[in-house]
Design a protein around this ligand. Structure first.
Ligand SMILES: *Cc1c(COP(=O)(O)O)cnc(C)c1O
Length: 370
């Protein structure tokens, strides 16, 4: 059996007619950037999440950059985030001229540990960017409490967590703003790049809207230096079709994760399966397990046709690009340890029971030395 880490073709083949029709409509309609599909998607996502404003942008990284810009965060400012995330989270902070400051993660949830945020706060700190990593919601109560106490903005990086919930409320609705990515492998993914900023704050919404269009509200009248960062009509039309299936697909991920959990539970001394906080709807953007000697296990899985991937091999404070920030090995021990042990096994909504059984059987055989 050959099993990809993420198989996107199965989903396309399930909804092929609807997708092709949506694409054809856009092509026939002749409006390709910021047109009716984009407007409709913004409205539908705002309704889905329960927020007032949604602004489509070119990708999730730009969503973060434009949000930081809209909040006037820049040179001289610091923004606290997690070292255990995709590089883009910190890259966006650097791009606006601010300094990313890393607070270590919780060893179970892999999300930023609220207890470690406070000691990182200085008079320069302007915001916190919690990341709902792998689809698991952060401890938003803890984060919001600290942010309120110190008058900091909260920008949720929800790029991996569209549809996840914390205490019955969708992530992306807790902070001052939240950022989403529609990269093809994300839970709600297009067939190209895309992103979105959501907020209940009309001021942030207006600024992000202006920034994505070269800093102009009225065409050819530029009020500030902006960006070219728009969501195109083809992606918007595709995403509108896919949004209708998102809850179903997230639930399919959850049931696949539950199957893995129970099949792997007897190996709990050796393989640590994902922890799920009680108050949460974790939507398993990835299903990551931890074990010693991961390289050997990954190699043996590969020999038996099972793809794996390491998310993430290097914590952000130790990335070469961050040498200037002055961190060293040992500064954020939880994230560092995690990066040595964690890897993802196949997870996507359409993964079959047979495939999950085969992966579990194979892991059992490998662990038992067979
Ligand atoms: C994917 C991702 C991003 C960036 O999104 P792009 O659309 O690829 O620019 C940012 N943060 C996290 C946590 C992500 O997973």
């Amino acid at each position: 059996m050959q099993i990809e880490l993420i198989n996107l073709k199965r989903q396309y083949s399930d909804i092929k007619d609807e997708i092709n029709e949506a694409i054809e409509n856009v092509l026939e309609n002749g409006q390709y950037i910021l047109g009716p599909e984009e407007k409709a998607l913004e409205k539908e996502i705002a309704e889905y999440l329960g927020v007032k404003y949604a602004i489509g942008v070119a990708n999730g990284t730009d969503a973060l950059v434009l949000t930081l810009k809209a909040l006037n965060i820049g040179p001289g400012d610091e923004v606290i985030t997690t070292p255990f995330t995709f590089f883009a989270t910190a890259e966006a902070i650097s791009h606006v001229g601010a300094v990313p400051v890393f607070a270590d993660v919780d060893p179970d949830t892999y999300n930023i540990n609220p207890d470690l945020i406070e000691e990182k706060i200085t008079e320069r700190t302007k915001a916190v960017i919690p990341v709902h990593i792998f689809g698991q919601p952060c401890d938003m109560d803890g984060i919001i409490e600290i942010a309120k106490k110190h008058n900091l903005y909260v920008i949720e990086d929800a790029c991996q967590a569209m549809g996840a919930e914390y205490k019955g409320q969708k992530v992306g609705t807790f902070g001052d703003a939240a950022c989403f990515s529609f990269f093809p492998t994300k839970n709600l993914g297009g067939y190209g790049d895309g992103g979105m900023v959501v907020t209940n704050n009309s001021n942030i919404a207006e600024k992000v809207d202006m920034l994505r269009k070269h800093g102009s509200q009225k065409k050819y009248y530029n009020e500030v230096i902006g960006y070219n960062s728009r969501l195109d009509e083809l992606q918007a039309a595709i995403l509108r079709v896919k949004l209708r299936y998102l809850d179903k697909w997230n639930n399919m991920r959850i049931s696949a994760a539950n199957k893995y959990d129970s099949l792997l539970s007897d190996l709990s001394d050796i393989i640590k399966t994902p922890y799920k906080i009680k108050e949460a709807k974790h939507i398993y953007h990835l299903y990551c397990i931890q074990c010693e000697n991961r390289e050997i296990i990954m190699q043996k899985l590969k020999e038996r046709g099972i793809a794996t991937g390491i998310y993430y091999p290097v914590p952000l404070h130790l990335q070469k690009a961050h040498t200037n920030l002055g961190y060293k090995q040992g500064d954020l021990p939880v994230a560092e340890d995690l990066c040595k042990k964690i890897f993802a096994i196949p997870m996507f909504p359409e993964i079959s029971d047979d495939e999950i059984n085969y992966i579990s059987d194979t892991l059992h055989k490998i662990v038992k030395g067979a």
